[in-house]
Ligand binder design. Sequence first.
Ligand SMILES: Nc1nc2c(ncn2[C@@H]2O[C@H](COP(=O)(O)OP(=O)(O)OP(=O)(O)O)[C@@H](O)[C@H]2O)c(=O)[nH]1
Ligand SMILES: [Zn+2]
Length: 389
Amino acid sequence: MSILNLQFKGDHHLNLNTIAHELLKTYGWNDHWENAASQLSEKYRQLTPARVMAQHSHSYQIMTPDGEQTAVVSGKYEFQAQLRSDFPAVGDWVMTEPMPGEQRSIIHAMVPRRSAMIRRAAGGVMDDQVVGANMDYLFITSALNEDFNVRRIERYMITAWESGATPVILLTKADLCDEPVVYKNEVEAVAPGVPVHFVSALRDQGKEQLAPYMRPGATIAVTGSSGVGKSTLLNWLAGEEKQHTSGIRESDARGRHTTTHRELFLLPGGALVLDTPGMRELQLWDAQDGWEQAFSDIEELAAQCRYRDCKHNGTEPGCAVTAAIAEGTLDARRFSNYKKTERELAHLARKERATAKKHSKQAGGKSAGGKPAVAKARKSSRDYAEELD
Ligand SMILES: Nc1nc2c(ncn2[C@@H]2O[C@H](COP(=O)(O)OP(=O)(O)OP(=O)(O)O)[C@@H](O)[C@H]2O)c(=O)[nH]1
Ligand SMILES: [Zn+2]
């Protein structure tokens, strides 16, 4: 074990102003995480915090106060994990124990996530996969060319709201478009309150608008369809050719150069980019996936509530949803995401009805069509809109 290790093991959680913590801070450690870690049970909060940099099939790459290490979860962790999503994912903060004399650590606990991008598995909640955790911002990219599709942006929005990360819409390849403002208006209509920015990596335009999100220690993820320019955008933001497929050269705590596979990158300006394959190919709200499908577990529970118009707010008698949360079979956070999505959809539905009304006045009552999944989700959200009106 190194001197550094001895020195920091045990007291780092008491003293934030150590060199060790500077390294963790670089990777996003802050008061929130300090506080969250301090609320873990006694045996876990004593341990060394670290951030998951990459996930392999049987191990993790983590950033510890002492530099980068390989890690595995403890036998107890593995035994207690019930869902695939209970295991650490890229971006997670974990509490670890260094193995004496080795560049390896054991992960004993996970600090509760602030946000998580989840890929719903066909097999149900057991197999749901976390493709990225603890992102502060999700950049939703769409190119300003013939691929532009506002419905797709809308589906990404639902995904973003569900994740807990703050969505930011980037309209890429702005150089290919003569009238970007038209598109911006269209996007703003389906994403109320969400910032929309034009960027052109090719012309080096729009970078300054992204500065507020790219602050040191902030974690961003980029999603969007294939070919919208995500890699180009990341290289542009990094200001250099980022070799993220082959790993990057970076000094570890001992000044050595290491080349490792990374899925969480530090940009020269201090922001972190979370770039995993799952994040890139996020297509949760395409065709066959609908809102009810994503939350089918909750829909099924709701169908068992005593009252058909049950709001599941914890006070109604015979509420199956409240009971499931109390029993622990339904995650309270998942339910709150459901409510959030429901509100967002209700908002979209109200907007759509207002637009439809306007259109029907103009064009004699023909409503605009949508892809099946969106139409389906809308149908249920319309009911909620009715309730809320
Ligand atoms: N005109 C124009 N073309 C761009 C711009 N940014 C990227 N492109 C081009 O768009 C194509 C796709 O860019 P990528 O960065 O590979 O797209 P991607 O989203 O990473 O694609 P995947 O790797 O499939 O997810 C390339 O030919 C880029 O040169 C831009 O700002 N303007
Ligand atoms: Zn209920």
